[in-house]
Design a protein around this ligand. Structure first.
Ligand SMILES: [Zn+2]
Length: 162
């Protein structure tokens, strides 16, 4: 038994369960119950509830809870995370928010930006997000201080600008 091999029984899946070798009998059903076999962090098999064998697996009762894949955040600005209380945007629109941010940029330090970005990333992780794509400002007043590790990461050839 490895510490990452599990049988999680009686979970609820959104939509019909894709049981291996069995046609979907109710494709319009909004959810279904199943047993999940997970090895080394990967779902290896989805079986009808009560049919999976726990041999060599850590057994957990899903108790009907919904099983979902991890989340991914495709677009966030971690350099601006948690700045609502320190950047005074007054217009209530995007243009005034951008102007307020640009005015506040000179006061931002790499340490402050990194602390807020990591705190936010940990919050994402705590809520099931395992991948984050972030953008950061560069330019007058901030240089490259907001970029991860203090410098912009090179783009791959042909990779579009964010
Ligand atoms: Zn954006």
């Amino acid at each position: 038994m490895r510490d990452r091999d599990y049988l999680i029984s009686r979970v609820t899946l959104p939509g019909p369960a894709p049981f291996r070798g069995r046609p979907e009998t109710e494709p319009s059903h909004p959810s279904s119950r199943a047993d999940l076999v997970i090895r080394d962090g990967i779902v290896e098999n989805i079986q009808p509830p009560g049919s999976a064998r726990a041999e060599g697996l850590i057994e957990l009762d899903g108790d009907g809870l919904v099983a979902l894949p991890t989340f991914a955040e495709p677009h966030v600005h971690l350099d601006k995370a948690m700045t609502a209380g320190i950047v005074a945007a007054r217009g209530g629109d995007l243009a005034s928010a951008v102007a307020a941010w640009v005015a506040a940029r000179p006061s931002m330090t790499t340490r402050d930006i990194t602390h807020r970005a990591l705190e936010t990333a940990y919050r994402y992780l705590a809520h099931g997000t395992r991948a984050i794509r972030t953008h950061t400002d560069t330019g007058p007043g901030i240089g490259t201080r907001a970029s991860p590790f203090g410098r912009p990461r090179p783009r791959a050839p042909g990779q579009p600008a964010p």
